[in-house]
Design a protein around this ligand. Sequence first.
Ligand SMILES: [Zn+2]
Length: 340
Amino acid sequence: MTDPIPANRVPNVYYRPEQAQCPICHTVLKRDHILWPKQVTFSTGVKKVVSWAYRCPRVTCPGSNDIFKSRKAETLHLKYRRFSRELVARIGYQRFWRHQTMYEIHDWLTQDLHLVICAREVANLIVDFLALLSAAQPAQIRDKLGRVQGVIISIDGMQPEKGNDCLYIVREIQSGVTLLAANLEDSSQDALCQYLFEPLKNLAQELGLAWHGVVSDAQETIRLAVAQSLKGIPHQACQSHCLRDAGRLTFEADRAMKKELKASFRQALPRLHKRIQALPTDDPFRPVLLDYTAALRSVLPEGGVAPFELGGIRVFEALEDLESSVIRCQKKGITSCCAG
Ligand SMILES: [Zn+2]
């Protein structure tokens, strides 16, 4: 779903191996061929990343057939994916640490970071994030859960579109450790028992942990599956979900206001910036006004997190602060003019 960006507008970044010399004969390595070129989307935009292969130029060196490549370039992306690891990690952070929905993340990516991405791809990247997380996780799970007396789990289900697979994340609340992530076609009581609760029970048994409680949204099949699989374990509806549902109208209204505020400034800002830049360079107001436009630009991308952090209100307040600062500045300007 990407609009192809004209090749000449995408900046190139070149990577060479971290080591400069042949480890055997210590001759300086020479550039040999392009290992891979790839268009990668970072949180700052799209870049064409080129990884160069280097080789020892001494034909008689036993290492002359070895290829040296940049380790950093390899860590930038995931195979067969066009999004950078850094972006995948930031999306995971928004989802699981800032508790944003997929649509809030999509808005953040498209409106604030100006990336071209569809909602479905956001869901895929969240799955990628979990794959990265679980690759690093087994050792951490044992380590961190070792200190927890009894597990309290939270179950979070996320369905990108109706009729699609649902992604379930199970975390241990006290330690914050992700215990399990499963992409389920079927969210019935039986499927949840089989694919979520059975593996969880096995894990807890393996680690010798007792069950202390479950928190989830009010999804009926989760409630029934917990009652079936974890008999007698307290199960509570998630307060954050309840508050989020209760605050939905306010949050939507705030988001609409933020959109309007941004739209009005996005049109006016470039024109304003041009006019200020056209002022003579020795005009004492020029740098001050440029600072104000920079401040305006940095204020607009403020985001929000439902239900309480309202991005529109934040942008509005920041704009009010700027306004009063401009007024103070105008008064001072007039005073100094009069004094002069
Ligand atoms: Zn060599």
